[in-house]
Design a protein around this ligand. Structure first.
Ligand code: 13P
Length: 251
């Protein structure tokens, strides 16, 4: 049985008051979710510690949204994997399309960042996905395969033991245009096939999440697909009631 995961990516939103209110309401709701769902929150890095404190004693895990590709040193403005470990961070997003498009994260930087995370035992959530142009040109699978294999070819099976993949079609992120459950299922099955070329065990075990305009209305149909093991939720993770309903829809 693969783990079921719901992760909220706050992106660059919120403040201390928001973090306090969100976490206190979220805490109340957790007991109503079905057992066995792993819950993850990815607040901005400056709020990781506060969110961790507010959620102490709950099973909610913390994710960072980014990490430096370097270990330590003169890299002004960067946050290292060791610092994240120090804050009890369990997961870290890598290769999010916003990082690839706006901050120049390449396949090589993605590999370096995952390397730093593996050294600290932090589980990478590797984001992959195609643009609308690439999908229209029939290149969606090729793009996703390349994003995956550049990582899979760079690590051995034990490094990848904690890997989580998130399929986030770029055209669905923040647009309100969710992939249909069929499109999501097809790509998730394809991701699993690419993982199997590296290792059958990895393919069987690695959770593959869907991200891109997930909301309380579409979550159930998406999460009901065989190869969709949960969601990476952006905008809807900023509204605690909506996020709670998304968590509730994973039975
Ligand atoms: P939205 O849910 O706002 O489309 O964002 C998805 C995402 O990028 C999560 O990482």
């Amino acid at each position: 049985m693969r783990r079921k995961i719901i992760a909220g990516n706050w992106k660059m939103n919120g403040d201390q008051a928001f973090a306090r209110e969100f976490t206190s309401e979220f805490r109340e709701a957790i007991s109503g979710f079905s057992d066995g769902i792993e819950l993850i929150l990815a607040p901005p890095s400056v709020y990781l510690d506060r969110v961790a404190q507010n959620l102490e004693g709950t099973p909610v895990a913390l994710a960072a949204q980014n990490v430096s590709e370097y270990e330590s040193g003169a890299y002004t403005g960067e946050v290292s994997a060791r610092m994240l470990k120090d804050l009890a961070v369990t997961y870290c997003l890598v290769g999010h399309s916003e990082r690839r498009a706006l901050y120049g994260d390449t396949k090589e930087t993605v590999v370096s960042k995952i390397g730093r995370l593996c050294e600290q035992g932090i589980q990478p959530i590797l984001c992959v996905g195609e643009t609308l142009e690439q999908r229209s040109a029939g290149q969606a699978e090729q793009v996703v395969a390349e994003q995956l294999t550049s990582v899979l070819d760079s690590f051995n099976d034990s490094d990848l033991a904690g890997l989580v993949v998130a399929y986030e079609p770029v055209w669905a992120i923040g647009t309100g245009k969710t992939a249909t459950p069929e499109i999501a299922q097809d790509m998730h099955a394809f991701v699993r096939q690419v993982l199997a070329e590296k290792s059958q065990e990895l393919s069987r075990r690695c959770p593959v999440l869907y991200g891109g305009s997930v909301n309380a209305g579409n979550a159930k149909a998406l999460f009901g697909q065989n190869d969709v093991d949960g969601g990476l939720v952006g905008g809807a993770s900023l509204k605690v009631n909506e996020f709670n309903n998304i968590c509730m829809s994973m039975g």
